[in-house]
Design a protein around this ligand. Structure first.
Ligand code: ACO
Length: 370
């Protein structure tokens, strides 16, 4: 038995949800470029869960189900108020989502119908949890969704309590579309491993949030913004990046396990980063990002991934840095739950083997002889 480090190139399951073939990402066979230009996030959620684009009637029903399911149980809000004010936002989200299971009478019901209802609840409640965490931390009371037919709009409203701006809704909606699913990424694999034991959907999503948190995965978008802030301004880009590359340090937001010729999602976020920067009258984050890309691609051949330009997009939308990865989770919840439903439909325990590299022929040594 020989191990493949990081399971690189290992095909671990079949799936009909999303594909990455020859550098092209599709959801249910539809190119991400088409979806980014045309679809709303709710259409994508339906597509991922049910395998086809919704009719208007189906979309209206999904939007109304999501709105009807978005209230967080009061005990979870009360518990969130006890979190330390400086709690890591992804740790808070992971804990709150785990707690949601305690108040869902259907948490342990493994019927397909109950699992679809739980997917709706999770998709509806994750944005409410992230917004509530933000408001509680700011010393404000969480506010309920306003029932807009859009998760992006409701999320922005639940954060600020203000009528969200149409451009902000459109930008966030597109970001949610772009992050919704991505074949067997680390967090989706974590979700599938968890539920393949026939554990419940909340356990699967909680595992996935834990995996997404890491800076090699979803946590990279926060790390990108931290880097941009640390660089400080356009004139410092060259020395900062050259120094990092000379020291063989990683530049966050670059590289990908699967894409070697560029992440197809990055160009949409790059365009959005420029547009949002122009709208806010500050394109310095965008300009710094472009210069970093020139240096990193030029010197290392590495291309930006989905996390690189999302950092400047979210900053232009006025979203605090530590909510970037939770927003990624709001979007990816659609993919996680789609994969969990698919796993349950054709389940087998996921239990690989390890190549043993430890000692052999050892013996128990009595305490006094050690
Ligand atoms: N900056 C500098 N060098 C890099 C980078 C980077 N961002 N990414 C990879 N490399 C280099 C590595 O140092 C390594 O060089 P070496 O062979 O000389 O040691 C080589 O490229 C291969 O890198 P690995 O980390 O082994 O590649 P892997 O496929 O395991 O990693 C990963 C992919 C984790 C995304 C990596 O590119 C990385 O760490 N990027 C930065 C973090 C990041 O942006 N993550 C978000 C990914 S997208 C997502 O999950 C949503």
């Amino acid at each position: 038995m020989t191990a493949t480090k990081g399971l690189e190139g290992i095909v671990a399951t079949t799936s009909s949800i999303s594909s990455i073939i020859d550098g092209i990402l599709t959801y249910r066979g539809i190119d991400i470029d088409e979806l980014a230009e045309n679809a709303t996030f709710e259409e994508v959620v339906f597509l991922l869960w049910f395998g086809k684009l919704p009719t208007q009637v189906e979309l209206d029903k999904l939007q109304s189900d999501l709105n009807a399911s978005s209230t967080i149980p009061q005990p979870v809000i009360d518990q969130m108020k006890t979190y330390p004010k400086d709690a890591n936002s992804m740790s808070a989200l992971r804990t709150a989502v785990s707690s949601l299971a305690l108040y869902d009478p259907e948490a342990g019901d493994m019927s397909k119908e109950a699992n679809v209802r739980k997917a709706i609840r999770l998709q509806a409640q994750l944005p409410a949890v992230v917004a509530a965490f933000y408001r509680i931390r700011e010393g404000k009371e969480p506010i309920a969704s306003k029932g807009y037919p859009s998760i992006a709009a409701n999320f922005l409203y639940m954060m600020t309590g203000n009528e969200p701006d149409a451009i902000a809704i459109e930008a966030l909606d597109k970001a949610l579309v772009l992050h919704a699913d991505h074949e067997l990424n680390a967090s989706t694999f974590a979700a599938r491993v968890t539920v393949a034991t026939l554990s419940d959907m909340y356990s699967g999503v909680t595992s996935a949030i834990g995996a997404l948190k890491g800076p090699l995965h979803g946590g990279a978008n926060e790390a990108v913004m931290a880097m941009l802030e640390e660089i400080g301004g356009p004139t410092q880009v060259d020395s900062y990046i050259n120094n990092k590359l000379n020291n063989k340090e990683k530049i966050m937001g670059f590289g990908h396990r699967v894409y070697k010729n560029g992440d197809p999602r990055a160009k949409h976020l790059q365009k959005m980063s420029k547009q949002l920067g122009q709208l806010t009258g500050d394109i310095s984050w965008y300009e710094m990002s472009i210069h970093i890309e020139e240096l990193v691609t030029g010197q290392k051949g590495l291309k930006p991934n989905v996390d690189f330009y999302s950092a400047s997009c979210y900053t232009s939308l006025g979203i605090p840095r530590d909510l970037f990865t939770p927003i990624f989770a709001i979007s990816r919840a659609s993919g996680w739950t789609a994969h969990i439903l698919e796993q349950y439909d054709n389940n087998r325990l996921i239990r690989p083997r390890a190549e043993y590299t430890g000692l052999s022929n050892q013996h128990y040594i009595p305490m006094e002889d050690r």
